[in-house]
Design a protein around this ligand. Structure first.
Ligand SMILES: *[C@@H]1O[C@H](CO)[C@@H](O)[C@H](O)[C@H]1NC(C)=O
Ligand SMILES: *[C@@H]1O[C@H](CO)[C@@H](O)[C@H](O)[C@H]1NC(C)=O
Ligand SMILES: *[C@@H]1O[C@H](CO)[C@@H](O)[C@H](O)[C@H]1NC(C)=O
Ligand SMILES: *[C@@H]1O[C@H](CO)[C@@H](O)[C@H](O)[C@H]1NC(C)=O
Ligand SMILES: *[C@@H]1O[C@H](CO)[C@@H](O)[C@H](O)[C@H]1NC(C)=O
Ligand SMILES: *[C@@H]1O[C@H](CO)[C@@H](O)[C@H](O)[C@H]1NC(C)=O
Ligand SMILES: *[C@@H]1O[C@H](CO)[C@@H](O)[C@H](O)[C@H]1NC(C)=O
Ligand SMILES: *[C@@H]1O[C@H](CO)[C@@H](O)[C@H](O)[C@H]1NC(C)=O
Length: 886
């Protein structure tokens, strides 16, 4: 923005005059133009203005994309055709990086356009960081609301928040940010909220924006005023010498002037609130070539006081007269009165009126904001932690406490994440919360050592780590502070924690001793498994030549415990789960607890007495489970079988079950992309395919559902819960008859009628899961009547709109042919006739293709490296890791 300018200001008057010459090339370098609700990664140039809009996906991770009705799309610019609505959470915020200290014009656009059908006009609050910007009230479904503010942000980002106040779902259509010159629109305090910006001489009723106006201010035509006449001249932006405010040339080339040439020209309005404070900017340019004996000069008064004396507009050059101090009153009346020497009436080309918004609440200190944001993501905190952490007062992030020190930025002094289902380790960014006095992380499943860095928190007075799974020794600094009495330290109920090294390892040793001999088959298995691991280890480096080998590769490091299956006593189980301290989940067959074998987490499923099938059957079940080994099936690491205490010990799956991710329950921070979803579907399909074809006799899972599909830390899936599985006798036909079991919505209707159980029953259930993966909806939709998800999807397939079927949170960020094929596959899986359903092998092949299409797309977008593609093609040809059963 190179420019030369001169700037004059006469401070003895209330008003101030600027006339300056400057030249600036037009570009959009100071613009951020966001189309809310547009498909992820989309970007386009809006036709009428030439402004380049981008999707809002980088700036927010909540809300749902929607579109206004197509009739209204003709009326509005493209950036408001889509919008993002916020049916969930009270405060949802955009976070937009900017340059702190620069002056910005910030505009929010709202066009409701009956996007949600019901035509119930919402009212909600718009916040800028910790302050109320304004209440947005939609009064006309096809109207537009577009508040605008001139503001100097103090942080390196701004947060624009939509706040649900109980009067309808908040939404937003577009956000514009424009950098302004620092020395324009200067106020004594506060920010300037736009009241009106008028192109006074306009007769065209047109609104001008970029590229007419370099700063993309929008200038609208005034209401008809019978006392005013219009004069005009044809001025191009090149010929109009512009000043630092640079109103658009097209706006300056028309002016209003009183019809009665000797009467003053009045511009007035009645404020809603007499204490509202106004700043006014008037722009003048002479449009006539004056004769020698002609003059145009006038004084400006505001409510009777002189505002500016003797304005003489210059020919084809913009002069701006503006307030240096705010004006207020019941009525604001500006009079432009010609001076006695003037032969011509006053003119006024354009006017801007702003009110002061005093954003009194400072934003939380930047370092604290950065630290707490990192903590939020590293722990996957699911509370409504949006917007400024410490403000406004009634929206402080739940679990935080702050100090407010006058004009200074608030600081975070307390963090309470007790009983929040936290897992993993404490993030070091916590040390950046330097004013922290209280830290409560009690009653979670945090693990790893208690980090040394906690002792860097100089102001910490209370530290509660009770009831977690920390291991090892406490940092000596913390222990010392606690002994000195400067820190109240609580660490009870951490079974593997000790106060000081060397730690007593007795507890751990208790459960390491294997009792191999007590189940006959296990010993052989141990040998077989051990041999296998050795074989794998040796073979791995030999590369892909040995395609005839059954085991070709392990594509990723298997994080499952490479511990040999073991039997454990009940007291071992009590030890490893710390007396069943942490519940991971509950199912029809019992409760799953978090446990540790040595320092490795495991999931311990205790079968409830009512469902325990007796010693014999349990024994059989365990033997079955031990045979089953596949990268897409959760592996059994041990079991307990002591009288009525029957338990199965599985590898721990860090990210819990798929259903929680799809429904947004639990401590789930990651949003699943289409590619993630296809990987998960493929993984689960491969697990089932292995049960059906890789096991002899084949195993039918019988309870395939999304809550039985577990995710590891890389969001790869394994099928869990074989509690219901039964061996199909291979000698007597193709089915077994048994009591109908399963979960509503997933049960094969054919099976529930005939009791004939085949692999195709699992295929049906898998189809239902695939629909869930595609739509993120539950298998049974509880609208006014219960509808199965397949019927709901079918009703939309006819309309051919894939975006209506796929989870709207994906915002169209997927390859539609990939999505269509997945929908078709799910539809054939749930065919009512079992013969019409594909086999799991066919499902696996089709999903691989869906995935390959999507991966090719994301690769083309430059979003990914080629690695994923290679993985797909490798997977397609390789036999799965299936050591014992094939
Ligand atoms: C904003 O800046 C932060 C670092 O200050 C960066 O991590 C983040 O990705 C940026 N966000 C966007 C949308 O560019
Ligand atoms: C405005 O002021 C800020 C902070 O003083 C500075 O970083 C920025 O470069 C200035 N912008 C212009 C256009 O002068
Ligand atoms: C002024 O406006 C009138 C009517 O809109 C138009 O006919 C005329 O050409 C304009 N004059 C100039 C100098 O642009
Ligand atoms: C007018 O504004 C003042 C200060 O902003 C506020 O205290 C007062 O309640 C407002 N009055 C009305 C009628 O809105
Ligand atoms: C100004 O001068 C012109 C001739 O140049 C004349 O026609 C006109 O009447 C004069 N107007 C005034 C107000 O003296
Ligand atoms: C926050 O601090 C205030 C003052 O110290 C205290 O009254 C309040 O209970 C604290 N709130 C929480 C959630 O710790
Ligand atoms: C943290 O919050 C829990 C309730 O959620 C409360 O019982 C506990 O006292 C709080 N801890 C501190 C240090 O204030
Ligand atoms: C521990 O947290 C769980 C939820 O995570 C909660 O149900 C339980 O009441 C909490 N226990 C205590 C003692 O706060």
């Amino acid at each position: 923005m190179g420019m030369s300018k001169s700037f004059f200001c006469f401070s003895f008057l209330v008003g101030c005059l600027v006339f300056a010459v400057l030249v600036q090339s037009q570009d959009q370098s100071g613009f951020i133009s966001i189309d809310c609700g547009a498909p992820a990664k989309s970007a386009y140039t809006e036709e009428t203005t030439g402004i380049q809009y981008i999707s809002d996906e980088k700036f927010i991770n909540s809300g749902v994309g929607n579109s206004i009705t197509s009739e209204l799309q003709n009326k509005y610019k493209r950036q408001v055709w889509t919008l993002r609505s916020f049916p969930q959470g009270t405060r949802n915020c955009y976070r937009i990086n900017i340059t702190s200290g620069s002056k910005y014009l910030i505009r929010a656009n709202f066009v409701y356009g009956n996007y949600d059908g019901p035509n119930r006009l919402p009212k909600f609050d718009l916040h800028l960081g910790p302050n109320l910007w304004q209440t947005v009230k939609i009064t006309n479904p096809s109207g537009e609301v577009d508040p605008e503010i001139i503001h100097v942000p103090s942080l390196d980002h701004i947060q624009i928040c939509l706040v649900d106040t109980g009067s309808g779902t908040p939404f937003i259509s577009a956000i514009d940010l424009r950098t302004l010159m620092n020395d324009t629109y200067v106020t004594q305090f506060g920010s300037l909220s736009l009241h009106s910006r008028l192109d006074l001489g306009s007769t065209s009723k047109k609104t001008y924006r970029y590229s007419d106006d370099d700063y993309d201010r929008s200038w609208s035509a005034p209401a008809y005023n019978p006392n005013w006449a219009q004069i005009n001249a044809s001025i191009s932006s090149d010929s109009l010498a512009q000043n630092v405010y640079k109103p658009a040339a097209i706006v300056m080339s028309t002016a209003a002037t009183p019809v009665n040439e000797i009467a003053p020209m009045e511009v007035s309005w009645a404020p809603e609130n007499a204490s509202d404070q106004f700043y006014v900017y008037m722009h003048f340019a002479e449009l006539r070539v004056l004769e020698k004996n002609q003059t145009r000069s006038f004084d400006i008064t505001v409510n009777g006081d002189l505002f500016y004396a003797d304005v003489v507009p210059k020919y084809r050059s913009t002069n701006t007269v503006f307030s240096k101090k705010a004006t207020s009153g019941e009525k604001i009346s500006f009079l432009l009165q010609r001076t006695h020497k003037s032969t011509l009436p006053p003119i006024l080309n354009a006017i801007e009126v702003y009110t002061i918004k005093d954003f009194s609440q400072s934003e939380t200190e930047q370092g604290d904001v950065d630290a707490i944001t990192t903590i939020k993501f590293s722990f996957g905190v699911t509370r409504n932690w949006q917007g400024d952490p410490c403000g406004p007062l009634n929206y402080i992030w739940e679990g935080l406490n702050c100090t407010y020190n006058g004009q200074n930025s608030p600081r975070i002094t307390a963090l309470n994440l007790s009983s929040s289902g936290l897992t993993g380790q404490i993030d070091p960014s916590i040390t950046k919360l330097t004013m922290l006095e209280k830290l409560d992380l009690s009653n979670n499943s945090l693990n790893g050592p208690v980090p040394d860095f906690l002792s860097q928190l100089q102001n910490l007075k209370i530290l509660n780590l009770q009831n977690n799974n920390f291991i090892g020794a406490l940092p000596t600094d913390l222990v010392e502070k606690s002994k000195k009495g400067s820190l109240l330290l609580s660490v009870g109920q951490n079974p593997y924690l000790c106060e000081s090294p060397p730690c007593n390892k007795k507890k751990k040793n208790n459960i390491i001793i294997p009792v191999v001999a007590s189940v006959g088959g296990v010993l052989i298995l141990v040998v077989a498994t051990a041999t296998l691991f050795l074989t794998l280890k040796r073979r791995k480096p030999r590369g892909p030549l040995e395609t005839s080998q059954r085991v070709e590769k392990i594509e990723e490091k298997d994080t499952s415990l490479q511990v040999i299956n073991r039997q454990y006593s009940y007291s071992d189980v009590l030890n490893m789960t710390n007396n069943f301290n942490t519940i991971l989940g509950k199912g029809g067959f019992g409760t799953v607890y978090l446990g540790y074998i040595e320092e490795t987490p495991v999931a311990v499923k205790m079968l409830s007495l009512s469902s325990a099938q007796g010693y014999q059957q349990f024994q059989a079940e365990v033997k079955l489970l031990m045979r089953v080994h596949h990268k897409n099936l959760t592996s059994l690491t041990g079991y307990c079988n002591e009288e009525t205490n029957m338990g199965l010990i599985y590898e721990y799956m860090a990210k819990g079950n798929l259903q929680d991710y799809l429904s947004g329950n639990g401590s789930r921070s990651k949003f699943l992309t289409w590619e993630d979803r296809l990987w998960i579907a493929l993984d689960a399909a491969q697990g089932l395919e292995y049960l059906h074809n890789g096991c002899k006799p084949p195993i039918i899972h019988r309870d395939v559902k999304s809550s039985n599909i577990l995710l590891n830390e890389n969001f790869r899936a394994k099928v869990a819960d074989f509690g219901l599985s039964k061996i199909i006798p291979t000698d007597d036909g193709t089915h077994v008859s048994t009591v109908v079991v399963g979960t509503p919505g997933y049960i094969d209707p054919e099976y529930s009628i005939t009791n004939r159980l085949t692999e195709k029953s699992d295929v049906f259930s898998f189809g239902a899961v695939l629909f869930e993966i595609i739509t993120s909806l539950p298998v049974i939709l509880r609208t006014h009547e219960k509808i199965h998800i397949s019927d709901w999807v079918n009703s939309l397939v006819a309309k051919g709109n894939i975006r209506a079927i796929v989870d709207p949170r994906l915002n169209g960020d997927f390859d539609s042919s990939s999505a269509w094929r997945a929908v078709e596959m799910a539809t054939t899986c749930v065919s009512s006739n079992p013969n019409g359903r594909p086999t799991m092998s066919e499902v696996v092949n089709e999903l691989k293709e869906c995935l390959a299409i999507e991966v090719a797309r994301t690769k083309n977008n430059g979003a990914d490296t080629g690695e994923a593609v290679e993985l797909v093609s490798l997977n397609m040809t390789s036999t799965e890791y299936s050591p014992l059963a094939r």
